[in-house]
Design a protein around this ligand. Structure first.
Ligand code: SF4
Length: 358
């Protein structure tokens, strides 16, 4: 048993309503998790050390398995209460399946909904297409408005996944996201899409511009957050490189466990190589005695993340982490002397508490 698991991701299904260009998930097989495996994995995280837990449910498109999703969430809530854990539940969706029943359920169950949306029509439709190649921008944008009207902007997170092709318009896309009424943004970077040196330079300036924009809006008492801020305050995620057992375990739809993000790898080809155990049998011996940030973590990361073709996205992701972490640390360090930073920091603490304390 890994000493402390803070976050786990559960890929409920490989079925999806979209066919995004950067996604490697085998949507045709439409494989779907056995609910027993999903519940076992919930036991697994909740029986590890630490009070604050985060469970992210995604896919494929998780709302294509709404009945399983309901069973899973009910179990997470019950078990968290029994084991005295504060568990933040997040469902990541492509935003194409939204109806009153789903919205009502999200609201009643205090779920955080993360929708993938890239701001402008051009950026979004470049990747996020239906199987008939039609872009999903218009539909997702309309659905975001509906979601905001129902669950509000404290429970909606926008997953803004930056593609190198649009690295020169990061601030523009970000502003379009904010103009819709979204307050919490999770910036991600696609992998395997040929990031070049220019794109990395654009990424650095783009995220720095976003940080400046966030401060400018904070001066007008409009508070916008990088979603990871909420984690920095309640987890050990500020220390890098971190132990993948602490925050990067994923349960794939066939019951296999690994550290790789499901959408970015050729899963069928590499499932044995990347496996760290299964929901049925538990974590392999090699990882079962892992302790957060032990001496072994660096070697473990080096020896595990060896799949080819993902380095470009990993580098982009590291850049993103570094800039956002530095921004956060700077805010914290000046918050005792600077009124604006202090107000912003207080709002971040409030949001972070809202994420976990239920
Ligand atoms: S990235 Fe997500 S929404 Fe797009 S095809 Fe893959 S699973 Fe579906």
């Amino acid at each position: 048993m890994i000493d402390e698991i803070q976050k786990i991701k559960i890929a409920l299904t490989s079925r999806c309503t979209l066919k995004c260009d950067h996604c490697n998930i085998d949507k045709v097989s439409a494989s779907s998790i056995s609910i027993d495996y999903a519940l076992k994995t919930v036991d697994f995280i909740l029986s590890s050390k630490g009070k604050d837990k985060r469970i992210e449910i995604y896919g494929g498109e998780p709302f294509t398995e709404f009945e399983k999703l309901k069973i899973l969430v009910k179990y997470i809530r019950q078990e968290s209460q029994i084991r005295n854990k504060t568990t933040s539940i997040h469902v990541a969706s492509n935003g194409t399946i939204v109806n009153d029943e789903i919205l009502d359920w999200l609201k009643k169950n205090d779920i955080f909904l993360a929708i993938s949306f890239s701001g402008s029509r051009k950026s979004h439709n470049y990747n996020r297409k239906f199987p008939n190649a039609k872009g999903s921008y218009q539909m997702v944008k309309e659905n975001i408005k509906k979601i905001l009207n129902t669950i509000g902007n404290k429970r909606l997170v926008c997953i803004y996944c930056i593609h190198p092709e649009f690295s020169s318009r990061i601030l523009d896309d970000f502003k379009k996201i904010i103009n819709l009424g979204i307050r919490i943004v999770d910036i991600e970077c696609v992998s395997g899409c040929m990031w070049g040196e220019n794109d990395y330079t654009n990424l650095i300036s783009g995220i720095k511009e976003i940080n400046k924009y966030i401060l400018k809006l904070a001066g007008q008492k409009k508070y916008i957050f990088h979603e990871v801020f909420t984690e920095y305050l309640r987890t050990k995620n500020l220390c890098f490189p971190n132990c993948p057992g602490y925050m990067d375990i994923e349960l794939y739809p066939d019951g296999n466990l690994g550290f790789y993000p499901y959408a970015f790898i050729n899963y069928n080809r590499y499932k044995n190589k990347i496996s760290i155990g299964t929901a049925r049998k538990g974590i392999n011996k090699k990882y079962s005695k892992c302790k957060y940030k032990s001496k072994r973590c660096d070697d473990c990361v080096k020896n595990y993340y060896t799949l080819q073709g993902l380095d470009d996205g990993s580098k982009a992701y590291e850049i993103r982490n570094k800039i956002i972490i530095n921004f956060f640390k700077e805010l914290v360090s000046i918050s005792s002397k600077n009124c604006l930073a202090n107000n912003y920091f207080k709002q971040t603490i409030k949001l972070s508490n809202f994420f976990y304390d239920k």
